[in-house]
Write a protein that binds this ligand. Structure first.
Ligand code: FNR
Length: 338
């Protein structure tokens, strides 16, 4: 059942056509005509999960558990290795239940070697399962996903979320590796971020609206139901990010995800308060439709263009980029002021 769901998620992601707006176009950055920076000395490296990585972009959680997933994970891991990008695997519940499916996850650690690999389980998982998931990959961290919107529209999905915060707190308290709590494309409200911070969470991945849309994916999985009226639900990524940052919570690492596709989205994410950016859908689409070599070109282009935008913003490293001024316009401005 789970194995089919994995494949169906990928296939239906690729069939999806709905286009949301993460509102990055409402973030405005200034051009610096006197940057006084040598392009070749621009430093894009950052500290993340106790390691130094070359670039503030990770490949976010997607898959594992089926033959198709194994092939995709192998390709994604090779891309991650090539550019020293952290990579998260998809939910490992299937790997805990079915030994045969483990290889499709383990391959990620085998390929990435000493780089950053991140486990993934749901907010309902037990502390023991979280530990097992981490052990399986010798993971540097574990993502715990919160996906009530997605669960509600799955016929087999969870409908009772009572006690989930307490459960996440247990995992955070007992985990030996950092815990990243993440959404899956509907965004986190400032209230959610604060609640997570108060139980000890120091890494949030806000995965907002504007990219992968699980309402549409689930709708495509089940031709007998029509939930197209729900497709516009969710907090646009740029709004979720800026509101999380404005909480001013000490030592909170915010990962910007949801609808990121290019260097402009990454740069704007960092300027608006993210410590790390993450992409899922767009990189999956490149791998499946364009192949491995084409994906390498895509990521290489992202890195080069990010450096150009850093130079034009007057920032020679990521710490300076985080301090760059920006303005908000349009709908994003209205939402922030409303
Ligand atoms: C996902 N995502 C996801 N997240 C998670 O925590 N566990 C999972 O197993 C999955 N599975 C999954 C499958 C597929 C096919 C996609 C495209 C995505 C959600 C993902 O990590 C991310 O939060 C959202 O997709 C938003 O980012 P993008 O896709 O808009 O860049």
């Amino acid at each position: 059942m789970r194995k089919y769901r994995k494949t169906e998620h990928i296939e239906n992601f690729l069939r999806s056509t709905y286009v949301g707006d993460a509102l990055f176009s409402d973030i405005f950055l200034y051009n610096d005509s006197i940057p006084e920076i040598n392009y070749d000395e621009i430093d894009t490296s950052v500290d993340f999960l106790n390691k130094r990585v070359k670039f503030p972009l990770m490949i976010n959680a997607m898959t594992g558990g089926s033959n198709l997933s194994e092939e995709i994970n192998r390709n994604l891991a090779n891309v991650a290795l090539e550019f020293d990008l952290p990579m998260a695997v998809g939910s490992q519940t299937i790997a805990l239940e079915d030994e045969d499916s483990r290889k499709s996850f383990e391959i990620v650690r085998e390929i990435i070697k000493d780089g950053i690999v991140i486990s993934n389980l749901s907010g309902f998982s037990s502390v023991e399962d979280a530990k097992k998931a981490v052990e399986l990959l010798r993971a540097d961290a574990i993502q715990i996903h919160l996906n009530p919107a997605q669960e509600l529209v799955q016929t087999e999905g969870e409908r009772n979320f009572c006690g989930i915060l307490k459960n996440v707190e247990e995992i955070v308290k007992k985990s030996e590796v950092p815990v990243i709590v993440k959404e899956v494309g509907f965004g986190m409200s400032p209230k959610t971020v604060k609640k997570l911070y108060d139980i000890g969470v120091r890494y949030v991945d806000i995965s907002g609206y504007g990219g992968t849309n699980f309402f549409e994916i689930e709708n495509l999985r089940d031709p007998n139901s029509d939930i197209s009226d729900l497709f516009s639900w969710g907090i646009p990524t740029a709004l979720s990010l800026i509101e999380a940052k404005r909480l001013n919570l000490k030592d909170l690492c915010i990962i910007s995800a949801g609808g990121l596709k290019n260097s402009m989205d990454i740069v704007k994410s960092i300027v608006a308060g993210a410590s790390m950016a993450a992409i899922s859908g767009e990189v999956l689409s490149y791998i499946v439709r364009g192949g491995y070599e084409y994906t390498l070109k895509y990521v290489d282009g992202i890195i080069e263009k990010t450096k150009m935008l850093m130079m034009l913003s007057g920032a020679k490293n990521i710490a300076e980029l985080q301090k760059v001024d920006y303005k908000v316009t349009g709908k994003l401005k209205e939402l922030l002021e409303g």
